[in-house]
Design a protein around this ligand. Sequence first.
Ligand SMILES: Nc1nc2c(CCNCC3CCCCC3)c3[nH]c(NCCc4ccccc4)nc3cc2c(=O)[nH]1
Length: 376
Amino acid sequence: MNFELKAQDSKSKARAGVLTTAHGEIQTPIFMPVGTVASVKAVHQRELKEDIKAQIILGNTYHLYLRPGTDIINGAGGLHKFMNWDRPILTDSGGYQVYSLSNNNKITEEGVKFKSHIDGSRHFFSPEKSMEIQRNIGADIIMAFDECPPYPSTYEYAKNSMDMTHRWLQRCIDWLKENPELYGFEQSLFPIVQGSTYNDLRKESAETIASHPCDGYAIGGLSVGEPHDEMYAMSDLVCSYLPEDKPRYLMGVGTPANILENIALGVDMFDCVMPTRNGRNGMIFTSEGIINIKNKKWERDFSPLDPNGTSFVDSDYSKAYLRHLFAANEYLGRQIASLHNLRFYLWLVNEAREKIIDGTFASWKNVMVEKLQTRL
Ligand SMILES: Nc1nc2c(CCNCC3CCCCC3)c3[nH]c(NCCc4ccccc4)nc3cc2c(=O)[nH]1
């Protein structure tokens, strides 16, 4: 894997770059659509490629391990073949999904015991188990097995959790050295910085994580309920300790405004379920602001969904029609909303990249952040 910086903004820490993987190039800054169970909900792979122009998608280790299971994915020759996606894939390590999905889990030094949210069966994730699962799924970028502490956490909890995440990282690295790739292409491990919202812990974690020579680095433990200015302060602090010449991935972020603010702080990669999850509830993101399509005000608005939109759905369908589909609980409504929102997120980060390259990012970002938060 190779990361090349193409441009850096003079008035912010924003960067434009190209990340080259075994399954193709990724222009950064980039937003990564979430394909939880080997599918980006309600969207075809063809639409992901041709309309949304997704360059990399996320798979979900926790879900894929529970269903269909790694032996079926392995039988298909890995997730790329199983879901017919020949571009890059990133998988998370599963720990966060256990913490956020299975309400019955127990964390020890060894790993995380949990009960499946599907059928209540008992399971156990350790750093080694997470690496074995991610080896079998075959994603191009795999995440270290970490603990994401809840927000707020006491200093003591955050420190103990961070230290364990650092010990778990070493176990991931050791296991990967002993167990080479299964499908003949490189899989890169991204370690994850923790430390909750404590400056000294964040500095310590960033320096520890950065001491491992990896192809990229992730910022974890944020977008877990902390105020946005805390998120930005931690993101800014951690980026200052991470290598300039490697991509930085801020996990689980976020709203369009969060993404632009973090690009300005030096973050290159983002993922969030928001465009699809909130899209399925009728929340439509546009360059002029946010539309709640279920609102009666759109009932007779026959104008295109988003006149500035760049997905085919933006010109094919009106606001009134989409509102009707949601009112009638028609599946097509969720498909249109998901497609539109994902395209909007990809458009936004591509716009940011172009502004960074032509040197106008900082002023453009300030104007955009205001507009993006307008309720239409
Ligand atoms: N390892 C790890 N993962 C984290 C994640 C999961 C990132 N998305 C993975 C993706 C894999 C495929 C399935 C979906 C998830 C986070 N997500 C958030 N906030 C989301 C906050 C949020 C925002 C909007 C709606 C719901 C939740 N904070 C996160 C912190 C961590 C972390 O420290 N360690």
